[in-house]
Design a protein around this ligand. Structure first.
Ligand code: SDX
Length: 430
């Protein structure tokens, strides 16, 4: 704890000293917990532009330098050397696993990939064209009904078990949602396959023949899960922390995170990017859409561009862009018009003063959809893919919060701008 202080002076009042906390990396934080008690004031920060909501040791981001680290390890090194399961272990436990720890962890995860048979029947209630995010959100939250009496969130072992169950079941729920949309029969998980290979088989395999996992598709998808695994206190992770702070069931809490991720300003952007590219249609139309994006009277924004934290290139977008080339080279048509259009749009936008001045660069969602598309995954499943990876981060933050003895229920205040006190008006006087 640093002994730095900030002095807060309000006209006509004695100055107030506020403690300043320093982390191991990143900006210091002014502690305002005593501000209301000592000065009768709230802080005001809609959208939390300058507000730290918690202590965390999981992920560090430097938006100006384009830095992303999971437990101190640079995302570029994890992307190059790790696997999604190893990264999910790292996020939860804080250290890279030994081979023995990883093998045991993988066995436990694969053991929980099955869904309760009565939960499978939930899908029969969805219309055939139900959006997969709606099915995932509903089914994950419904897991509360299956484990509610076996989740004592004060018990660390129960917390870890819930986390493993959630990481393990997300691919199964995703694949069953996809098969519900296609009307094709589901495949049950296979524990002898990798986490991502098993997912690909459940998605694209049929009972009629053996499914052979394509190593390039498996590696590309596993890498995308790594890149989406965590990202500090983003909207959906903050939703998970706030929902979890009331002591709610972990499955309901992750259901809340899924709901928040679905928004096009957040995880829904990858699907919105593909819709936008289809709407732009050709390189000739790019200037028209760039103009629309700048027009304050036009709600159109360049999906996949901009970020609350990164005012430089999103390091994940750099990695994904490279994988895009490889996947399209080998798995899809090399001159994929969408990819050509995306690269041209990126080139024009990142050289345009409006975007450069506002630090609007491609983010993680700009290229990921093109890879998903090349792997045969439909646009409606793109945010579901994001949720599979992000579940590792969500459960890690949920556990970190509950492990903190200082944690308490989150309850922000407000700047009230409504009516002052007034008396009820009887109906005949209105
Ligand atoms: C994710 O938080 C995370 O970490 C999220 C995420 C994660 O891993 O969890 O990284 C994943 O959600 C990535 C972001 C995906 N969303 C999109 O690609 C949607 C398009 N982007 C925008 O909606 C926007 O950039 C946000 C939501 C991402 C960020 O919004 P901010 O920080 O609130 O920025 P802002 O809206 O205040 O914009 C600042 C300026 C404004 O112009 P001025 O008022 O200064 O003139 O930039 C403009 C905005 O109009 N602007 C854009 C733009 N994004 C911002 N203009 C055109 N196109 C855009 N995409």
């Amino acid at each position: 704890m640093s002994d730095k202080k900030a002095t807060f002076q309000i006209a006509g009042q004695d100055p107030i000293e506020l403690p300043i906390h320093s982390g191991t990396q990143g900006p210091d934080c002014v502690d305002v917990t005593g501000l209301y008690k000592n000065a009768g004031l709230f802080t005001y920060d809609p959208g939390f532009m300058s507000t730290g909501s918690c202590d965390s040791s999981i992920t560090y981001i430097d938006g100006d330098k384009g830095i992303l680290q999971y437990r101190g390890y640079p995302i570029e090194q994890l992307a190059q050397n790790s696997s999604f399961l190893e990264v999910s272990y790292l996020l939860m436990h804080g250290e890279l696993p030994t081979q023995e720890q990883l093998s045991h962890y993988q066995e436990r995860i694969m053991h929980y990939t099955l869904m309760n048979e009565s939960l499978l029947r939930f899908f029969e209630g969805f219309h055939h064209d139900a959006h997969p995010m709606a099915m995932m959100s509903g089914v994950v939250s419904s897991l509360s009904a299956f484990y509610h009496d076996r989740v004592d969130i004060q018990n660390p072992e129960h917390r870890e078990l819930s986390a493993l169950r959630l990481i393990a079941k997300m691919p199964t729920i995703a694949a069953v949602s996809y098969k519900h949309n296609t009307g094709l029969p589901i495949l049950y998980p296979r524990n002898d396959l990798s986490f991502t290979g098993n997912f690909l088989r459940m998605m694209f395999g049929t009972p009629c023949e053996d499914y052979v996992v394509d190593p390039l598709a498996e590696r590309a998808l596993d890498l995308l899960f790594i890149l989406h695994a965590d990202h500090e206190q983003n909207a959906s992770t903050s939703t998970v922390r706030l929902a979890g702070s009331s002591g709610a069931n972990p499955f309901a809490v992750i259901g809340a995170g899924i709901a928040s991720l679905w928004g096009p300003a957040h995880g829904g952007a990858n699907e919105a990017v593909l819709h936008m590219l289809a709407e732009i249609g050709s390189v000739d139309n790019i200037d028209k859409y760039i103009a629309k994006a700048k027009d304050k009277n036009d709600p159109f924004r360049l999906m996949g561009f901009g970020h609350r934290v990164y005012k430089n290139y999103d390091p994940r977008a750099k990695i994904i862009r490279k994988v895009c080339h490889e996947v399209l080279e080998k798995l899809a048509d090399k001159n994929n018009p969408l990819f050509e259009l995306a690269m041209r749009l990126e080139e024009i936008a990142t050289n345009d003063e409006y975007f450069v001045k506002r630090g609007l660069y491609p983010n993680v969602d700009f290229y990921s959809g093109i890879i998903y598309r090349a792997l045969g995954i439909p646009e409606s499943m793109f945010t579901v893919m994001f949720a599979i990876g992000r579940t590792a981060g969500w459960v890690s933050h949920w556990m970190e919060m509950l492990d903190d003895p200082k944690h308490r229920i989150g309850r922000p205040r407000q700047l009230y701008k409504g009516e002052k006190a007034r008396d009820y008006v009887p109906m005949d006087k209105r």
